[in-house]
Design a protein around this ligand. Structure first.
Ligand SMILES: Nc1ncnc2c1ncn2[C@@H]1O[C@H](COP(=O)(O)OP(=O)(O)O)[C@@H](O)[C@H]1O
Ligand SMILES: [Mg+2]
Length: 331
């Protein structure tokens, strides 16, 4: 779940990009974020993927207080967040297949699993026949779909797309939104789609959060059928105690469930997948609990694609951390 609690963001030059924003997005929702240029949409995304930290309030994603994550732990958190940038940010010298596989290589997945998952997501975005092409040999819409495949390959629980139809003609726009709906349904991914496209919102209506001058001015068309179907058993918010302990428990259960599903899909022994997933999740949780009052990263943190190269090094660190946790468990 995504929760913004009284979030404000004031940039160093004094611009108030967001002011006192409170909103909640449940797992599995598909939400549009709309608003004029400069209203704060990209800032909202940057707060979600840990590129920026709030200057007020808190951003909680799956129980993790994102703004309090140490800079060195942000990449771990981002394993669960996929972002599709408007300018695609593909690696020009790599093939379509390599562009997608690269996002999994930095997670240190075995190569057989990487190949399997890469083929799977390229099929999902209908680009299986372009595996060996270079990005420049593709149309804008196809490049966009490579960027989507790359973002979802690691099975993020949340996919964020900034203006995914910005550069597409109307027929491609419909195809793109249909693809995002398919990802939302088949991969059970929560979707946040920033858009200016009124036509798309009209033909594929969903909950729409409207932002203006840094404020949420409308949060309409909550899909009541969706809520009834998915959350009829869920306690009202007022009954949920907001303690870190409870959030941790919920996240661990979700992580275990996700790992079991992932293991089933990949034919990995369930126990192994669960323990790795939980170990990573625990690492993030520990960061949140023990370092909540410690340093919060002040500076801008590079976005995911800027950070891809850096990740290769960080993977080593991450493995070390997981090893430490496992050794600790065995003792
Ligand atoms: N890094 C930054 N430093 C200073 N001001 C910024 C920065 N990024 C965005 N802004 C300002 O914050 C406001 C919101 O910007 P942004 O979130 O990019 O809006 P949108 O994505 O809706 O166009 C704008 O006034 C913009 O100029
Ligand atoms: Mg923007």
């Amino acid at each position: 779940m995504i929760e913004f609690k009284n979030v404000s963001k004031k940039y160093k030059n004094g611009t108030h990009a967001l002011e006192n924003v409170t909103l909640k997005v449940e797992d599995g929702e598909f939400v549009y974020i709309m608003g004029p240029t400069g209203s704060g949409k990209s800032t909202l995304i940057k707060l979600l993927d840990g590129e920026e930290v709030p200057t007020g309030g808190s951003v909680i994603v799956n129980g993790v207080n994102v703004g309090r994550l140490r800079k060195s732990k942000v990449y771990l958190y981002r394993r669960k967040i996929g972002v599709v940038f408007q300018d695609y940010r593909l690696l020009p010298e790599k093939t379509v297949f390599e562009n997608v596989a690269y996002a999994l290589e930095v997670l240190d997945m075995p190569s057989s699993k990487i190949k399997k998952r890469t083929r799977e997501v390229l099929k999902l975005v209908d680009l299986a026949d372009k595996s060996n092409a270079k990005p420049r040999e593709l149309s804008g819409g196809q490049q966009q779909r490579v960027a989507i495949a790359r973002a979802i390959a690691k099975r993020p629980s949340i996919l964020i797309a900034d203006e995914p139809t910005g550069n597409l003609d109307p027929s491609m726009t419909d195809e793109m939104i249909t693809l995002l709906e398919k990802i939302n349904q088949e991969e059970k991914t929560t979707l946040l789609v920033v858009t200016h496209n009124d036509v798309m919102v009209e033909y594929h209506p969903k909950r729409t959060i409207r932002i203006d001058c840094g404020h949420v001015v409308n949060d309409g068309t909550r899909n009541e059928a969706f809520y009834k179907h998915n959350f009829s058993e869920v306690k009202p918010v007022s009954e949920t105690k907001e303690t870190v302990k409870e959030e941790t428990a919920v996240t661990e259960t979700a992580a275990q469930e996700a790992a079991v599903q992932e293991a089933a899909a990949d034919e990995v022994p369930v126990q192994e997948a669960v323990s790795e997933e939980v170990a990573v999740e625990e690492l993030v949780q520990q960061t949140m609990i023990h370092e909540a009052e410690a340093e919060s990263h002040e500076d801008h943190v590079p976005s995911e694609s800027e950070a891809l190269d850096q990740k290769l090094n960080e993977v080593a660190m991450q493995q070390e951390a997981i090893r430490e946790i496992r050794e600790g468990e065995q003792e």
